[in-house]
Design a protein around this ligand. Structure first.
Ligand SMILES: NC(=O)c1ccc[n+]([C@@H]2O[C@H](COP(=O)([O-])OP(=O)(O)OC[C@H]3O[C@@H](n4cnc5c(N)ncnc54)[C@H](OP(=O)(O)O)[C@@H]3O)[C@@H](O)[C@H]2O)c1
Length: 233
């Protein structure tokens, strides 16, 4: 187990990626998984995964979707290569015992907090970063210290909130599917705290916009910290 402070104060290059409906939802009512990516977007995502040293998700996504977090090489026009390390952010040890990420098939890290007493199979490395929640600003330099240089963050809504609002990213790509989910319980792209004033919003800069199959892909970088001004009335 790694202790805070053992690693240099660098962090990996962080690429955040998700698929959303036109009304900005990540999933169906209550968080039920929605297959929002088009076939073309699935290939784009697998390319991103294949070029990452690690893929990170929150425990909410593991509980809801049970993803393998492996590269689907069959969708890429190349032979199978090295699998990225799987990272689950799980502050209290809620990862189900039978979750696919704990199957030992590829290197896996559970990033947890001091409040967790959970133990994991021997194939899983645990990293403690933070007292109650996982402190991502503490975790990312630890991952860099483990040799992870390109980190892909795939969600869900709470993790996206933490990474985007703390500006712990270099690229943020959303695939917008031409569908509307609606309702009140489908998770938004970004959950977490409310913004009550314009200066509490997080500013991004658009760097690319392209059509992909039936949908479109938008890429942003963090903008300068200047607050976004509300539109004139
Ligand atoms: N469309 C897409 O591209 C996409 C991708 C991924 C997921 N999803 C969807 O997203 C939904 C899951 O999102 P979610 O918000 O419920 O869960 P999540 O973001 O995957 O995980 C959130 C959980 O992680 C733990 N955590 C620990 N430290 C944290 C930190 N610093 N910041 C944020 N979380 C931290 C917390 O649990 P503890 O307090 O127990 O530690 C928290 O409840 C599912 O519906 C899934 O289908 C969609």
């Amino acid at each position: 187990m790694a202790a805070p402070g053992e690693f240099p104060l660098h962090r990996p290059a962080v690429w955040v990626n998700c698929a959303a409906s036109l009304d900005g939802r990540l999933a169906l009512a209550g968080g039920r998984r929605a297959r929002l990516s088009s076939p073309e977007d699935l290939v784009r995502v697998q390319n991103l995964r294949a070029r990452s040293d690690a893929i990170l998700v929150g425990v909410g996504t593991v509980i809801q979707d049970d993803p393998s977090l492996r590269v689907h090489w069959e969708l890429l026009d190349e032979p199978p290569g090295r699998e990225p390390t799987r990272i689950v952010v799980d502050g209290s040890g809620r990862t189900p015992e039978k979750a696919r990420v704990l199957d030992g098939s590829t290197p896996t890290i559970v990033a947890t907090s001091e409040r967790s007493r959970r133990t994991y199979p021997g194939s899983v490395q645990t990293i403690v970063a933070g007292r109650t929640n996982v402190d991502l600003a503490e975790l990312f330099p630890m991952l860099y210290g483990l040799g992870i240089r390109r980190l892909m963050v795939e969600g869900g809504a709470q993790i996206l909130a933490s990474v985007l609002r703390a500006r712990l990213f270099d690229r943020f790509t959303i695939y917008y599917a031409p569908v509307i989910v609606g309702g009140a319980t489908a998770p938004p792209v970004v959950a977490g705290r409310e913004s009550h004033a314009a200066e509490e919003m997080t500013s991004l800069e658009l760097v690319a916009l392209e059509r992909l199959g039936a949908g479109y892909v938008v890429t942003y970088v963090p903008s300068s910290p200047a607050p976004v001004q509300p539109p004139a009335p």
